[in-house]
Design a protein around this ligand. Structure first.
Ligand code: R1P
Ligand code: URA
Length: 288
């Protein structure tokens, strides 16, 4: 019997993975993931050559060459529920033989960089900054469905956060670390760094109140005020926790660099999205 039966690992008629509908030979091992499907083409316009293009649902994938580097850019849509699908299917493409349905003996470690947008949690970080995640704190629940392997330092930081931040009582946060190797490639003097909060929504779960009252009104301030051994919360978005948690458990290198659109403390929103996202794309393509 194969390792993975058809109900667990769905393979499409063309031999691709179920939601992404990409085949193994269509994916590079260096991958940029973006939330917005329209951002895929903005990135691949920089490629010297495009070797593969497809889209199924919100998952668009363009693979090509950029200055001799083979890169795929894949859209994830919004949220950690989509990241669960994208990371499992990217891993299956390289580490499971889709024809025999057996796990491969030799494993591939992908480099996966999220190029996204985010809200900012600190007065000192201006809107339009580029923010590199050192860790992600999930206040979603995707990471809780999988066994996690967390190093001692991250466990200590997770405990300090558990004791130091105010969350609705039914939320159990989980902390994971970004790849230091990828962060070293992406870092420079102009880049801000910190812990990224990953929420399960854009409004209430990120402390935004429109017409519905929230059960916890101090959450955002308690993130902004938290500090432990030089670690602080820099930004807030909707994908990093599951990306880092599932990605690292599967043996891949994962990180995220995001454009800060909204400063939630200063109540400011950018007017420069179009030009700044282009700057971020050029920055990432040159660094990876
Ligand atoms: C919310 O507007 C979306 O924007 C951010 C959030 O994580 C969420 O996906 O990232 P992207 O711009 O990459 O989608
Ligand atoms: N993306 C988010 O998830 N939150 C923001 O405030 C801005 C972009």
């Amino acid at each position: 019997m194969p390792d993975f039966l058809p109900s667990e690992l769905v393979v499409t008629p063309k031999g691709g993975v179920y939601h992404l509908d990409i085949c193994p030979d269509e994916l590079a091992h260096k991958i940029i993931i973006v939330g917005d499907q329209d951002r895929v083409e903005v990135v691949s316009n920089y490629f010297d050559e495009i070797t593969h293009k497809n889209q199924h649902r919100e998952f668009a994938c363009h693979t090509g060459l950029y200055q001799g580097k083979e890169i795929s850019v894949v859209s994830t849509g919004i949220g950690t529920d989509n990241i669960d699908i994208v990371i499992n299917e990217l891993d299956a493409l390289v580490n499971i033989d889709l024809e025999t349905r057996n796990e491969k003996k030799e494993k591939v470690s992908l480099e996966i960089i999220r190029l996204g947008t985010c809200g900012i949690l600190q007065n000192e970080i201006p809107i339009d900054s580029f923010i590199l995640s050192t860790h992600a704190l999930g206040i979603d629940n995707v990471g809780h469905f999988y066994e996690r392997n967390v190093d001692i330092e991250t466990q200590k930081l997770e405990k300090a956060i558990d004791e130091g931040v105010k969350l609705p009582k039914y939320i159990k946060p989980y902390l994971t670390k970004a790849s230091e190797e990828l962060n070293n490639k992406l870092d420079s003097a102009e880049i801000k760094k910190g812990i990224t909060v990953t929420s399960s929504g854009f409004y209430g779960p990120q402390g935004r109140r429109l017409r519905l009252p929230l059960v916890e009104n101090e959450m955002l301030d308690s993130f902004s005020d938290f500090e432990y051994n030089g670690h602080y919360f820099s930004n807030l978005e909707m994908e990093c926790s599951a990306l880092f948690s599932l990605g690292s458990s599967l043996g891949h290198k994962t990180t995220a660099i995001c454009l800060g659109l909204a400063n939630r403390r200063k109540k400011e929103f950018t007017k420069n999205y179009e030009s700044k996202i282009i700057e971020l794309i050029e920055y990432v393509l040159d660094k990876i």
